[in-house]
Write a protein that binds this ligand. Sequence first.
Ligand SMILES: C[C@](O)(CO)[C@H](O)COP(=O)(O)OP(=O)(O)OC[C@H]1O[C@@H](n2ccc(N)nc2=O)[C@H](O)[C@@H]1O
Ligand SMILES: Nc1ncnc2c1ncn2[C@@H]1O[C@H](COP(=O)(O)OP(=O)(O)OP(=O)(O)O)[C@@H](O)[C@H]1O
Length: 292
Amino acid sequence: MTSLKNCPAPAKLNLFLHVNGRRADGYHLLQTVFQLIDHGDTLHFELRDDDAIRRVTDLPGVPEESDLIIRAARLLQAEVLRRTGALPRGVDIAIDKVLPMGGGLGGGSSDAATTLMALNSLWQAGLSKEELMALGLPLGADIPFFIFGETAFAEGVGEAMRPVQAPDCWYVVIEPGVAVPTAAIFCSEHLTRDTPVVIITDFSSHLENRNGLKGFGKNDLQQVATKLFPPVAEAIEWLSAYGDARMTGSGACVFSAVATEAEADAVLAKVPAKWKAWKAKALDRHPIIAKL
Ligand SMILES: C[C@](O)(CO)[C@H](O)COP(=O)(O)OP(=O)(O)OC[C@H]1O[C@@H](n2ccc(N)nc2=O)[C@H](O)[C@@H]1O
Ligand SMILES: Nc1ncnc2c1ncn2[C@@H]1O[C@H](COP(=O)(O)OP(=O)(O)OP(=O)(O)O)[C@@H](O)[C@H]1O
């Protein structure tokens, strides 16, 4: 095989996100449930005759050298060289970018995770899932989750994961039109870092007893993001009329769960024209797994 086309890099939603503490190195201890959804970027990989790794699509605002896709590919190429003594062939990578940057949807991390999984297969590198997760973590806190590849209850800085059942539902997502820099939210003096630790069965029994997510937990980053970025607050307020609306990750996107696609369409029809909004279905598994 010399190419892999149409590789999905789906978005994630943080169904809740609690900040429980801060480590000595400044990173925060979190608890969250990561949900994959069927909306995201698409990547295409084509092996080259030399050993160069190139992005063949322009991504405004992200220079090729700092793109997480390119950095992930180079990291894996170097790791294969270290293990086998042979440098794998170079690759041209094209991307159909759909996910907004600084959206809290994990777009950059998902692109990097898809790159690691696709190249591991194209290069027949044979790294295990755990090895790929460890390789990706220094590039972005969400990368291990995308490689883990299923709905997860995550702890630590987001890297300690266990599979968990979440509602089989649809989501309405609004992009408030601002990019939120994750580091600025975590640095804020107004961020609360003392939410009590929950256990995985607190989440699971809530779903069972209340027939859904509504009312479980919160996103601790939301209070800070809405203060710094008023369009995020406005989108949450608007969407709250139709359900339990909250922010994903460090923002800016906000979401609400609905039971059916028809309900999602009904909400979407009313979204003010100033916002981009879309629906997505919850996914149990990363869609690339079926391709590789
Ligand atoms: C908040 C989440 O979106 C939850 O899914 C992610 O943990 C953020 O993941 P990300 O955007 O890939 O973030 P990274 O690039 O790893 O980190 C950006 C910055 O956020 C802060 N950061 C991130 C994750 C974490 N557990 N504690 C932190 O304090 C750090 O200042 C870090 O420099
Ligand atoms: N392939 C990429 N796609 C998007 N952003 C990238 C990429 N490579 C590097 N970046 C950088 O990463 C930053 C964060 O982008 P990303 O789309 O991951 O944000 P996010 O959805 O807020 O992530 P998170 O939910 O993990 O906080 C961008 O502003 C950009 O500078």
